[in-house]
Write a protein that binds this ligand. Sequence first.
Ligand code: 5GP
Ligand code: MN
Length: 340
Amino acid sequence: MEYLSVHKEEELKSLVEKAEKIIILSHKNPDGDAIGSSLGLYHFLEMKGKYVKIIVPNEYPEFLHWLPGSDFVIKYDKEPDVAREHIENAELIFSLDFNDLKRLGKLGEIMEENKTASRILIDHHPYPKHFCDVEISTIHVSSTAELVYHLIQRLDGQALNNKDLCECLYVGIMTDTGCFSFNSSNPATFRVVAHLLQSGIDKDHIYDRIYNNYSAGRMKFMGYCLNQKMVIVPEYHTAYIGLSQKEMKEYNFKMGDSEGFVNLPLSIEGIRFSALFIEKSGHTKISFRSRGNFPANEFSARHFGGGGHLNAAGGESLESLEESIKHFVSLLPDYSKWLI
Ligand code: 5GP
Ligand code: MN
C-alpha cells in the first residue's frame, strides 16, 4: 500500500492523537461515498474520544439520511456561522472524497483561513491538487470509504466491530461501485466488504433503504426522461438527457430524484458516452458517464470546468440548458477517436 506507507501511518497517528477538535469536510452535492466515508471516519474518531464535526457544502439526498450519525452533519448553506466557527477552532481537518478545494465552494476558502490546523486528504480521484499536509490518495480502490477502512484497520482494527461504522463504510463502497458493477474488480474490495459484513450489518436491508426507497413520482419522472427526453446520437454512440426546472417542478422533483439517471442510457447496446444536464438557477449542472477508455473526467475538465473519474465525472456550465447541450453535441466529433 504505497498510498499508506509506514511513514504516513505514523504521521497520521500522531496527528490524530494530538488533536482534540477535528473536522471532516466533503464535497458539494455529497453522494453515498462522501457521506458514508465521512460518517465512518466520524464514528471512529468519536470512539477515540475526539470532538468531531462533519461539514459539507449543501444538503444530500434523503435516501442517505438514515445513516447512523447523519443528523449531526452540518450543511454550510444552512448553518454558515456554525460551520465557520467549527472550522476556525479545528486542530485537524480531514478532506474526504474530493481532489480539489474548488469542490468545497466557499467552505474551501474558510478552511484556508485556518492556518494552524493540520490537513489530511483521503481520496480516490485522480490528479489530486496539493492542499493538504498528508495525502492518502490512490485510484486503486473502489471508493473513499474503502480507503477509510484501511486507515481504521491500521490505526485500531478493533473499531471495525462497530456496526454503525461498518454500515456507513459499506454504503460508501456499495454506492460508488454501483452495487459492485464497476470500480470493484480488485479482490481486495471484496475482502474489505467481507470484513464489514462480519460486524453484523444487513446488506440487503441497506440496499433497500438506498435503492428501493423512492417515491412513485420519481419512477414516473424516470419514465418521462427515458420516453420523452433521452436523445441518442447514434453516430457517436452517445446519449443525453436534459432537464429543465419547469419539468422538474411539474414532476415535484426532490433532491436525489435524478440519481442514477445518467447511467440509464449506458444500458443501451453500443452507447459509450452518456450525459445528464440539469438546469439550475444561473447555471447547468452536468454529469457524464462513459464506457471503456473514454476519459469522461478529461472531457469534463476541458470543456465544463469539472473532473472526476475516468468513467464517471461531472461539471458545470454557465450557459443555458439548451446552449450547454448544443455545446456538448458540437464537441462530439473531436472525440471520434474514442466514440466511433
Ligand atoms: P456525479 O455525476 O455523480 O455528480 O459525479 C460523478 C463524479 O464526478 C464524482 O466523482 C464527482 O466527484 C465528480 N464531479 C461531479 N461534479 C463535479 C464538478 O463539478 N467538478 C469536479 N471536479 N468533479 C465533479
Ligand atoms: Mn467517491
